[in-house]
Design a protein around this ligand. Sequence first.
Ligand code: SAM
Length: 362
Amino acid sequence: MAASRDAETWKDVQTYYGQVLKKSGDLQTSACVTTARLVPRHIQEALRNVHEEVTLRYYGCGLVIPECLENCWILDLGSGSGRDCYALSQLVGETGHVTGIDMTESQVEVAKKYIEYHMEKYGFQTPNVTFLHGYIEKLEEIGIKDESYDIVISNCVINLVPDKQAVLQEVYRVLKHGGELYFSDVYASLELPEEIRTHKILWGECLGGALYWKDLAVLAQKIGFCPPRLVTANLITVQNKELERVIGDCRFVSATFRLFKLPKTGPAERCQVIYNGGITGHEKELIFDANFTFKEGEIIEVDKETAAILKNSRFAQDFLIRPIGETLPTCSGCSALESKERYRESEVETQAEGEAGSMQEA
Ligand SMILES: C[S@@+](CC[C@H](N)C(=O)[O-])C[C@H]1O[C@@H](n2cnc3c(N)ncnc32)[C@H](O)[C@@H]1O
């Protein structure tokens, strides 16, 4: 039963992204439109270098380019025409690698067509990007191995998948310990009623399959991820009277979350941390999520979850981390700084409510 539901949804989505939509301007809502603010300059440059046809067929809802990328292996779930993959392939460098996976053949074809163009533009001898045709719920079928990626990204795709738990479970399997899923997607202010979930255009436009935002934390915990960390959220607008009628009181946001897979270690504790300013493009400050911005050289007190993430992920090399009570050693760039004694609760729920503004339960 579930298998035939999946197959039917895949067919509808493939038709929508392969035949109905030809360019981002064909969309009927702002769900698959990116309204990222304050894009760092090195990312703007990387995006500018992406081929025009690839960019024209971009349908993402957020900026899925995290920090600290050199040499990383990245997997893009539902990579479409490959815009994010090509931007990331510059940022990971020739010794890193980006794999894009999508089930819509025509989108994969557009992505593959420009591999040589981009490698030549970036001056890479060996291509560091691969595009595969396949389903993101079944990564094993296309040969994606356990613990083989540092980062998994996804831009406006998981809402299109009926079995979201299967996707997140696959992500957990293929991520290395300390790795993260950094993804933008669409969330609903309530459990969606049948009329919205079965509406073909709303599904294709990334609204009909949106997860009730509170369910993300439940799913993440069930699978073994740390609680989701909200990065940004934007309210989605619908400029179509008929779609507005079907949607009624339900509201949607596009939101970017980070989900970390950490090794099972002993109990974590609150810590003081100092960012050393070593991350490309984020030398002065690192906006980690909606709760934490780390300024170079500033002492910040963090909760145990944030401490565990910083200690056990690729960010470890960029921070001095000490349990509260121990003195942090001074470092170049830190000595003249005083403690700001800042502690902010990392409450995804509170943040999501605040950021999304109007995401209240009906
Ligand atoms: C809204 S578009 C976003 C594409 C791309 N991430 C971008 O930002 O341009 C959604 C994409 O997800 C793909 N997709 C949806 N469900 C999928 C699945 N189960 N497996 C693989 N790809 C899927 C579609 O084919 C489509 O290309």
